[in-house]
Design a binder for this molecule. Structure first.
Ligand code: 5AD
Ligand code: SF4
Length: 475
């Protein structure tokens, strides 16, 4: 009998990947993906702990979901992801509607966890019937609440079932998990644990299966993905550049991307892949977080402003048309106007095609949260507005620079406007074009005729259905 699963995913792309794997894992148990929480038998919130706002959203949603149980529903509510990992028992206490709390390393155990909840409920029902028959008031429901947060990450990847649900033409593939960097603001080393690289063969096998399902673009995921060091079957260790070259040999896989990287983990093979590997797209997300050496040191980034700029210069040497994106934090404790001016300055110096910027959010348990010199909220807001103005202008300028060019675009899905498709350029720009549905999943040439702040659009040049992308021209 088919049961309905509803998953709400917060945060990063790795959570998107993990949610997909949970769907695959639950499918053999008869769970099908539904559209709304109301119709669901099992609800999973796959959560993010990176900033306070992200974590709080989960409790707001749980407040809403609680009503489904109050109305007599028998839905099972599970919380997965980094809030589950970080808060564990605390979450059970704060949100009594939750049945299951399970961390990112335990998704392969979902069938077993669900079975335990179901058994517990059957036992509860049996006791209630027995109490009613004996004329007693039924005992107050006291469901089992499972908190499962410690398993080695290797086990998860060894035991997760093979992916069955199609992810569309552009898919994610986790190749590395965890982080040993311990930036002083960041929860990731605590929620995702120590760095771990999946073995090469496992990654290649998963990639082949995804390509067989129609995937032609893969984004390799890892919290510190350029620290990848996977074992081969012959006892060698491959870096990310080698892995990209290995994946590029898979017929039908046309485009490779990866995220997120740390400036200190750049290796020669990765630089060279940007120069020599045509399937590696000319877009690189390389966070710097701040532009002042004083703040970089306080953040425990372990690199200076100049070291970051040197990495960028070498990358551009290898791939002159490389589009860059970054992450920035404003209002880190102790950040002065002068420090912030250096962030604006490094942004001007690098010139980004896209970026993500945030106000510093103190996270419990991280060293920066205990620094006395916290920056007032209104100062953070002002700085963020200034930084975003600059970054938005750079993004728009980047988009404008592609006007008049011919770009190869992977058509990913139907757009909101009838007859329109949405795709991605090699530089990760969102592209809107009038095109027939049958081009979804194809890479087609587009002449760019319009550039806006957030997307570009143009006209389809070829209807070539053979997945042969045009070599991107250098800017
Ligand atoms: N406050 C604000 N932003 C943060 N990030 C990570 N931790 C925090 C925090 N405590 C940002 C960083 C990181 C991105 C994923 O989220 O910029 O690169
Ligand atoms: Fe967090 Fe720093 Fe690791 Fe990135 S490198 S995940 S910011 S600790």
């Amino acid at each position: 009998m088919s049961k309905k699963l509803f998953i709400k995913t917060y945060g990063c792309q790795m959570n998107v990947y993990d949610s997909q794997r949970m769907i695959d894992t639950l499918k053999p148990l008869g769970y099908e993906l539904g559209e709304t929480p109301e119709e669901a038998d099992f609800i999973i919130l796959n959560t993010c702990h990176i900033r306070e706002k992200a974590a709080e959203k989960v409790y707001t949603e749980l407040g809403r979901l609680k009503k489904l149980k109050q109305d007599g529903g028998d839905v099972i509510i599970g919380v997965a992801g980094c809030v589950a990992q970080a808060e564990g028992q605390e979450m059970v206490r704060r949100a009594p509607a939750v049945d299951l709390v399970f961390g990112p390393q335990t998704y392969h155990r979902l069938p077993e966890l669900l079975r335990q909840v179901e058994q517990d409920r059957a036992e509860r029902d049996r006791l209630q019937v027995a109490a009613a028959e004996a004329g007693h008031k039924p005992a107050k429901r006291k469901p089992l609440r499972l908190v499962d947060t410690d398993f080695p990450v290797e086990q998860k990847f060894d035991e997760l079932v093979a992916e069955t649900e199609s992810q569309g033409p552009a898919a994610f593939l986790t190749v590395q998990e965890g982080c040993d960097k311990f930036c002083s603001f960041c929860v990731v080393p605590y929620t995702r644990g120590a760095e771990f690289s999946r073995p090469v063969a496992q990654v290649l096998d998963e990639a082949k299966r995804l390509v067989d399902q129609g995937v032609c673009e893969l984004t390799l995921l890892g919290q510190n993905v350029n620290a990848y060091h996977g074992e081969t079957a012959f006892g060698q260790t491959w870096g990310l550049g080698q892995l990209i070259n290995g994946l590029a040999e898979i017929d039908g896989l046309e485009r490779i991307r990866f995220t997120t990287s740390h400036p200190n983990d750049m290796t020669d093979d990765l630089y060279e892949a940007f120069r020599d590997q045509p399937k590696l797209m000319p877009y690189f997300h390389l966070p710097v977080q701040a532009g002042s050496d004083k703040i970089l040191a306080a953040m425990n980034r372990k690199h200076t402003r100049q070291q970051y700029l040197d990495v960028i210069a070498r990358l551009r040497d290898m791939r002159p048309d490389l589009a860059l994106s970054g992450d920035f934090i404003v209002g880190f404790p102790g950040e002065t106007d002068q420090d912030f001016a250096e962030t604006l300055n490094i942004v001007t110096q690098v010139s980004y095609a896209a970026a993500y910027s945030f106000k510093y959010s103190p996270r419990p348990g991280t060293p920066a949260a205990d620094i006395a010199a916290q920056v007032p909220e209104e100062v953070k807001s002002q700085r963020l507005a200034m930084l975003q103005e600059l970054l938005n202008a750079q993004q728009e300028a980047f988009n404008h620079a592609t006007k008049g060019r011919r770009l190869s675009v992977l058509m990913e899905r139907a757009g909101r406007v009838e007859g329109q498709l949405v795709g991605r350029s090699p530089y990760m720009q969102a592209v809107h074009v009038e095109a027939p549905q049958r081009l979804i999943g194809k890479i087609v040439d587009i002449d760019v005729t319009y550039a806006g702040a957030n997307s570009i659009s143009g006209t389809v040049v070829t209807h070539d259905l053979s997945h042969t992308p045009t070599q991107t021209q250098a800017a």
